[in-house]
Ligand binder design. Structure first.
Ligand SMILES: N[C@@H](CCC(=O)N[C@@H](CS)C(=O)NCC(=O)O)C(=O)O
Length: 237
């Protein structure tokens, strides 16, 4: 009985140790050249910057200024950014880029099932973000108030309550029992959520707040946050 318990505990630690070793090996053996093209904003690129920071991978964080954009736009695959140049090869679509890097650097879960859970959560966060953006961009002031009220009173609590339960049930992670790119996407968006709705806005969601703080306290991410350029105002195109 005791032997069985001791062996299970040992195998738990050995598997954890081997997994961490495997992740470190993957990161250390990456010698590609990366250049990330995006505006001087968090926007659709910040989770990619977090992945590079977490993995400790060097890359050029090329922040495009407004007057440079028309020329750079012509060189992008589909006229939009972010674009990641991998050894000079331009790759479009923020989440395709993030998923690719997450797989490379051991941030896409331990198996196909966890990789699927990461995708589900990242896409769901994207749905929520689209509603928040729609509420901010609606030109008609009366409609804007309607959309805002719906998003703040219905959609946000609906999603945040579900996310809170998922993170609580997983012991502090959004997927499985280790950090994934889905946690990094949560941290970016929850940070923006607090900036928009105030520092106390996550008080009713302690597991989500805990997840955001945990990600922001990872030493590599902490030093990225301390050194990243201050946000410029949103460019208008
Ligand atoms: N689905 C794409 C959307 C890319 C996108 O809409 N990029 C915007 C900035 S967030 C852009 O390039 N806007 C400038 C333009 O369209 O000229 C992604 O996630 O990468």
């Amino acid at each position: 009985m005791y032997l069985h318990l001791i062996l299970s505990a040992l195998s738990f630690f050995v598997v954890g140790y081997l997994w961490d070793y495997y992740k470190e090996l993957k990161m250390a053996n990456d010698n590609h050249q990366y250049k990330l093209l995006y505006f001087d904003l968090p926007g659709r690129a910040e989770h990619i910057r977090y992945i590079f920071a977490y993995a400790g991978i060097e890359y050029e964080d090329a922040r495009i200024q407004k007057d440079q954009w028309p020329e750079i736009k012509k060189s992008t695959p589909f006229g939009k950014v972010p674009v990641l140049l991998i050894d000079g090869q331009p790759i479009a679509q923020s989440n395709a880029i993030a998923r690719y890097l997450a797989r490379k650097f051991g941030l896409a879960g331990k198996d196909e099932w966890e990789a699927l859970q990461c995708d589900v959560l990242v896409d769901t966060l994207g749905d929520l973000q689209a509603s928040v953006t729609q509420a901010m961009k609606e030109p008609d002031p009366i409609k804007r108030e309607e959309v805002r009220a719906r998003v703040t009173k219905e959609e946000l609590p609906f999603y945040l309550t579900k996310f809170e339960k998922i993170v609580r049930d997983n012991g502090g992670y959004s997927v499985g029992n280790d950090i994934t790119w889905s946690d990094l996407v949560f941290a970016v968006l929850l940070d923006q959520f607090e900036s928009t709705y105030g520092k106390t806005s996550l008080n009713g969601y302690p597991s989500l707040k805990g997840l955001k703080d945990k990600v922001h306290n990872v030493p590599n991410i902490k030093s990225y946050l301390e050194t990243r350029p201050p946000r410029s105002p949103m460019p208008r195109y």
